[in-house]
Design a binder for this molecule. Structure first.
Ligand SMILES: [Fe+2]
Ligand SMILES: [Fe+2]
Length: 172
């Protein structure tokens, strides 16, 4: 029997993003392991697949689905200045991470194809540090702010959009 008095718990669109962060940070640890141990083609290929998918899909979801919605909602709630500054910082982080990944990836691809390569430890450290800081900023500042900025309807729509469009990819 259906009980109309029990409201369903509203979906949280940030849960899949947080799951993707955790998965990506594990891949970053695997990337750091490549600095200290002999590489296998399989381990290099796994790191490449994980981080390439995350960078392509996760950044796109945040920049196309999440950030514009937050800016729109912030206007109505008088939080626009704070939200714009936060989103600008996070978007610049994305561009920096993409640039560093473009420099790191050729060596990883070479090893995944059975050839030899040297990984730049400074770049790996920069990439790892930036990812950790970025994820912390999103999970402790942006997502809590977003939960208090977006309406229930907007949160539900965002959840549907993230779930609907991303079923075929490995990472959000
Ligand atoms: Fe991000
Ligand atoms: Fe993120």
């Amino acid at each position: 029997m259906h009980n109309d008095s029990v409201s369903p718990v509203p979906p949280d669109p940030f849960t899949p993003l947080i799951v993707a962060h955790a998965r990506m940070l594990k891949c970053v640890e695997s990337l750091r392991d490549l600095l200290h141990a002999p590489w296998s083609a399989a381990s290099a290929a796994a790191v490449d697949a994980c981080l390439s998918a995350h960078i392509a899909e996760h950044h796109r979801i945040e920049e196309e689905d999440l950030f514009p919605l937050l800016i729109e909602a912030s206007v109505a709630r008088d939080k626009l200045g704070r939200m714009m500054a936060l989103i600008e910082t996070l978007t610049l982080d994305h561009r920096d991470m993409e640039r560093i990944w473009l420099q790191l990836r050729p060596a990883i691809v070479r090893v995944s194809g059975g050839r030899r390569a040297v990984l730049d430890s400074f770049l790996v450290d920069c990439f790892a540090a930036l990812q950790v800081i970025h994820v912390a900023n999103e999970e402790t500042v942006l997502f809590p702010l977003a939960r208090t900025t977006l309406s229930g309807i907007q949160l539900a729509a965002l959840t549907r959009r993230i779930r609907r469009g991303r079923g075929a990819v490995h990472s959000v």
